[in-house]
Design a protein around this ligand. Structure first.
Ligand code: ADP
Length: 595
């Protein structure tokens, strides 16, 4: 059969990992924002404009007091003019503030989206080994929670950070212009803030890391608990599942409280220190005024400026806990974006055509971190169009052979040849366009039956789809559905029977018109009629294509041209059904047991 379909090309999107350096969190943030240095001048100008009333009000207060205390030297008219000017400045705050937030928000929200997209692109590139060892819930927490933390931190830095810096600069400039020695009082504050941050930094960082990793564990636990609900319910283990979750959240609760307490100590220590400094500042200006060096208005002005500086430095110390959380999230995301465990396909030989001959040459494979190889000296030759059944006890290495044939795993030693070419030298992404995998567990996503079958294909012509639907017996049950192929299926295919789900999975594999089929025959207990239909669908699909089947049913094994019996990672018997039965070995005994 010749099928007419078009594959989805590589998802669009520029991976970010090249800019991503979690060791340099702020450099990374700027790179993530993706704006040139000049861009920042514009929001900065808008910020200065919208913030200016806050700086001008202390000057107005000082002028008012000086006009009252010394009317001969300060005119009421000047004061009134200055008052009108301040009111005008105040009026522009609303539109300017909204515009400033619009500028900042579009940059930061875009960064948030780029970060999520980069994570998803990277997660699609990372090896199956990485996904095997990383729980889904943990990764979910990174894509959702950590990105949100970075967004919140960036928002804080843009608003509060800019306010802090500009206010300090303004107060320092005004004081330097009026009375330079007063600068010394302000400058004394900076080391105090630096000291405070340094003093608390290490513990805040450690507590944040603890909390973040605990949060990821809880997220992984939720994902696992939801997956397990049918099993938990079936065994009446709801109570144990709830207690298990409570233990996890108890730890999270304790760590959260510790973190909040530490943050509170830090914030209030800063507050007390800074307030003490303002009192000290007041003493100095009071003394200077009594000595006749400055006016009463100046006392008010300096006090106003000092309080603004203190408020700005406090802003930094107040946002520090949030910044620490954001920095920890940058690190957390780095665990994915900087992970080198990806499949390298760049520069490899393109695969434009696959005949389907595949050969394993003395292949050995050990899972990372294990000492006993899962596969030893495995050799197997399948010509194009052959059907090979892998049988053997569980743990024998059947799935490992499948993983190697798909190119998910690379042999620790030995070679796998595809149409005579070493798989190591081939672009595996292109190779996989020619293969179809029907896993043991049928994955259906929320969508229509049609979408589930044509998943990943841009265009499928109607005749092809009808043909596939007919051949795989999907038509048998779709015919009775009110919306036919456009009937929505629940998440995981919950509204369909096991046999129906399997037939959809087979249709999905078949419509891709693969040259090589990797089939993990499901053990789902199907009724005799469903089993016959599924069997028939499998049989029709594998005609003329190279097929590897992990076979659980004797009927499938009988149809396979070659049977490989595996035990403890080694081939113990290999041959046709009749040959192995005649041998009277492991395969024969397995058949006897199955009755
Ligand atoms: P089968 O499919 O025949 O049941 P597998 O290929 O899944 O067997 O497993 C072969 C061996 O490799 C087993 O001993 C199993 O414990 C081990 N194994 C399988 N997957 C992993 C993994 N991700 N990490 C470590 N060991 C694994």
């Amino acid at each position: 059969m010749s099928l007419s379909v078009r594959h989805n090309t590589q998802a669009r999107g520029q991976p970010l990992e090249f800019h991503y350096r979690s060791r340099n969190p702020f450099g990374t943030l700027i790179a993530l924002a993706g704006r040139s240095g000049w861009f920042y001048l514009w929001p900065l100008t808008i910020f200065v404009l919208k913030q200016s009333p806050a700086w001008v009000i202390p000057i107005l207060s000082a002028k008012a007091i000086d006009t009252l205390s010394d009317p001969a030297r300060h005119s009421l008219h000047d004061l009134l003019m200055f008052g009108v000017f301040t009111l005008l400045l105040l009026a522009q705050n609303v539109p300017m503030h909204t515009y400033f937030i619009h500028l900042v928000s579009t940059t930061i929200r875009r960064m948030e989206q780029r970060l999520r997209m980069s994570l998803v692109i990277r997660l699609q590139q990372l090896s199956i080994g990485f996904h095997d060892k990383t729980e889904t819930g943990r990764l979910q927490a990174k894509v959702l929670r950590d990105v949100e933390q970075i967004q919140t931190m960036s928002m804080y830095l843009c608003e509060s950070g800019t306010m802090g810096v500009t206010t300090i600069v303004f107060a320092l400039c005004l004081t330097a212009a009026k009375d330079p020695p007063m600068l010394l009082v302000y400058l004394a504050l900076a080391p105090v803030a630096v000291f405070l941050i340094r003093f608390f930094k290490k513990s805040i960082r450690e507590r944040n890391r603890d909390f973040r990793s605990n949060m990821e564990s809880v997220s992984a636990e939720v994902a696992q608990m939801l997956d397990m609900i049918p099993v938990t319910r079936a065994h009446g283990l709801e109570g144990s599942a709830i207690s298990r979750f409570r233990r996890q959240t108890d730890t999270l609760l304790q760590r959260g409280v510790h973190l909040d307490r530490l943050n509170a100590t830090f914030v209030s220590s800063s507050w007390v220190t800074f307030q003490t400094t303002t009192i000290l500042g007041l003493c100095i200006t009071f003394w200077l005024c009594r000595a006749g060096r400055i006016s009463v208005g100046d006392v008010v002005l300096y006090q106003g400026l000092l309080m603004q500086i203190v408020a700005s430095i406090s802003v930094f110390t107040n946002v520090y806990p949030q910044v620490a959380k954001g920095v920890e999230s940058i690190r957390s995301i780095g665990e994915v974006l900087e992970c080198p465990d990806i499949e390298l396909n760049e520069g490899k030989q393109p695969v434009t055509r696959v005949e389907g001959a595949i050969e394993f040459e003395r292949v050995e494979y050990s899972y990372p971190g294990t000492s006993i190889p899962a596969l030893k000296g495995f050799s197997l030759r399948a010509a194009a169009g052959d059907c090979v059944a892998l049988v053997g006890p569980s743990g024998a290495g059947k799935s490992t052979v499948m993983g190697l044939a798909i190119g998910f795993r690379r042999p620790t030693s030995g070679r796998i040849l595809l149409d005579g070419a070493d798989m190591q030298t081939l672009d595996m992404r292109q190779y996989r366009r020619f293969i179809s995998v029907v896993p043991q567990q049928t994955y259906l996503f929320r969508g229509t039956i049609r979408e589930n079958i044509t998943f990943g294909l841009d265009a499928v012509d109607r005749r092809t789809l009808d043909e596939v639907v007919e051949m795989t017996h999907v038509s048998d049950f779709v015919r009775n559905l009110p919306e036919g192929l456009d009937t929505p299926v629940g998440e995981g295919g919950s509204t369909l029977s096991g046999g129906q789900r399997q037939r959809i999975a087979i249709a999905r594999a078949m419509i891709r018109d693969p040259r090589l089929i990797i089939f993990d025959e499901a053990t789902t207990a199907l009724d005799a009629e469903s089993e016959n239909l599924v069997q028939d669908a499998i049989y029709r699909m594998i005609q003329g294509r190279t097929t590897f089947i992990v076979a659980h049913r004797l009927s499938t094994v009988r149809k396979a041209g070659k049977i490989v019996f595996l035990r403890a990672g080694q081939v113990v018997e290999q041959g046709s059904y009749d040959e192995l039965m005649a041998l009277g070995g492991d395969f024969f005994r397995m058949n006897e047991l199955a009755g």
